[in-house]
Design a protein around this ligand. Structure first.
Ligand SMILES: [Zn+2]
Length: 235
């Protein structure tokens, strides 16, 4: 499998998609973080206002080190914004701050995909840790061509699929957070032009999650094919 050109094609396609999406996020963030908003509020202020608009009072907003390290931590109910977002008042800062508030709103409202994703984390971690051992064992047993190999092959694929499911359920969580963010900003805190700028940044960020899912799905199909689980074999 190490010398299989198809393997490198699959992995290469995933890497290219992920790097392209990350490059797009970086360039859009760089561009829209130079464009100031008319209100002049900081990302932290916008986040606190939108939290209050949604009746959320138990979430704190803090700065965090790093570039694009913004996230919402549901365990401690903390919204951590990277310094350019926390202190910044650009279109990019507004978009990202509002997006992270979107996750806090999902948490407060018990948004089902977010709850599922949180519960799925340990399953996906275990699945990804074991899948390679089981897939390699399945190869040694002859894959789908033997009874034992077939069982091991399906088990390995099922274990790997736990990570594909994780990347899949991440999509509604991320798209919904951005949708909520843009709806909260619209008409109240930003002009139409600023709204469009924030959307450009969030759309680019969404592409990284789409790339992660596509990569995982491609890899899953690759292993299933190599193990003989997907047709193409005459037995
Ligand atoms: Zn997010």
């Amino acid at each position: 499998m190490i010398f299989d050109p198809l393997y490198w094609l699959v992995i290469g396609a995933g890497v290219v998609m992920s790097l392209a999406a990350q490059a797009l996020v970086k360039s859009r963030f760089a561009h829209y973080s130079k464009l100031a908003t008319r209100s002049g509020m900081t990302g932290a202020e916008i986040a606190r206002r939108i939290l209050a608009d949604n009746g959320i009072r138990d979430v704190s907003v803090e700065p965090v080190r790093g570039h694009l390290s913004d996230h919402y931590d549901p365990r401690t109910k903390t919204l951590r914004l990277s310094e350019p977002v926390f202190y910044g008042s650009s279109m990019a800062a507004f978009g990202i701050a509002a997006h992270e508030v979107g996750h806090a709103v999902q948490d407060a409202r018990g948004y089902a995909p977010l709850r599922f994703r949180s519960a799925w984390v340990p399953v996906a971690n275990t699945g990804s840790g074991l899948s390679m051992f089981v897939i390699i064992a399945a190869f040694f047993m002859g894959g789908a061509a033997t009874a034992m190999g077939s069982v091991a092959a399906w088990a390995g694929i099922a274990l790997f699929a736990t990570t594909t499911v994780f990347t899949l359920v991440t999509l509604p969580v991320e798209f919904d957070a951005s949708r909520r963010a843009l709806a909260c900003l619209e008409g109240r805190y930003v002009t139409a032009e600023e709204h469009a700028g924030a959307k450009k940044v969030l759309d680019a960020a969404a592409m990284t999650y789409v790339a992660a899912f596509a990569t995982s799905l491609l890899t899953l199909f690759y292993w299933a094919m190599q193990l003989g689980l997907l047709g193409g074999r005459d037995d």
